[in-house]
Design a protein around this ligand. Sequence first.
Ligand code: NAD
Length: 437
Amino acid sequence: MKISVVGTGYVGLVTGTCFAETGNYVTCIDIDKEKVDCLRQGQVPIYEPGLDVIFERNQREGRLTFTTDLAGGIKSSSVIFLALPTPPNEDGSADLNYVIDVAEQLGSLISEYTIIVNKSTVPVGTTELVRNAISEKTQIEFDVVSNPEFLREGVAVDDFMKPDRVVIGTSSEKAAEIMRELYAPLVRQGNPVLVMDEKSAEMTKYAANSFLATKITFMNEVANLCEILGADVDMVRKGIGTDNRIGKRFLFAGIGYGGSCFPKDVQALAKTASQANYDFKILNSVMSVNEKQKIKLIEKIKAYFNYDLKGKTFAVWGLAFKPYTDDIREAPSLANIRELINEGARIKAYDPEAAENVKKLSMPQVRVCEDEYEALRDADALLIITEWPVFRTPEFGRMKQLLKNDVIFDGRNLYDLDTMRKYGFNYISIGRKEIHE
Ligand code: NAD
């Protein structure tokens, strides 16, 4: 099939590359000329494990091309995916301007039956808005399909190639058939392609992300109470995760969720609810708990240093909003760094992949280091923000030598309490006993 993808970011590039891998001819379109030039030269502008290999193969074999020209890029495509940003407006609702703007342009450009597939995360009712925007500009037959994307950054290629399920929102049997055909190679093991009405498809994406954010937040609240009562959240996690009805995943307490999706999607669903005069109480609590949780360690850091952080240096391990990505959008690292800087502290930070993106923010008080040990040298304390595997089994002896004070504030509960005692660290984590040597 000849397909196009409009918007070549984390979702669009993975979508385009993976569909090329299954034999389709894909043109990826983006307005960012620098990004398109870089892709044309064979460079993948984001870090996503496994993407570079299939990108290279499909580009070499001529199935994957890039352009800034929407009209040329969609020519003779039977399916056009929209993977455009839907950032939050000031009031929390999703900004649909990118999507509607491209839809209007497509209305003037399509010249035969085309399926326009929305992969961006959009509120219930957007498929209809897209349909109206296109039909105002054309008499040609077309269908608009809602096909929310569930890939996770860091494992996006795997998620795309082997999705738990594919959700297709449409009332057009013709469009559903073509979509089933396109996805068939990805669901050979029998994972379902769920065809449903478009509103339910749109809602499914928000409900999934909001549920996951709620699960994380619930566990963070349990952790906070564990701290007060002297219980250990790690034990509690194991105790409840073995219950099949609860499941083991998304139960790790920490310093909250971040990233480009959970925060904005929870906000957008809450806004959709309030616009429909429904008070979605849980979501409002999830948002306010998570805001506090992100900077939960700051209060403990301040207390440890007698409320005087002026001139102190903090090593920060982990800048990406989660491991295996270079994405720092809404990353808890930035919230913590800002708080520390406001208190007069300096930062020495390390991240295996997100360093370059942080350098672009030009924060004079933040020095981005080449490795995790360099960040520790002469720092007053270590703050662990992202659970990159490389931080899980460090050389503790070396860490003690490099740090000025033997104190670790761990926002991801990476270390065993006994190990910390053995090495003589002061160790403050989430929902567990503090160790003061
Ligand atoms: P992104 O910012 O990484 O990519 C969006 C791309 O669209 C950018 O490259 C931008 O230059 C381009 N763009 C903007 N306007 C354009 C236009 N008029 N024409 C062509 N290109 C244009 O965003 P993303 O993370 O890929 O997210 C895209 C959508 O997918 C969002 O709605 C998001 O909520 C959703 N989503 C994201 C993820 C994720 O993990 N990132 C997962 C599932 C769903």
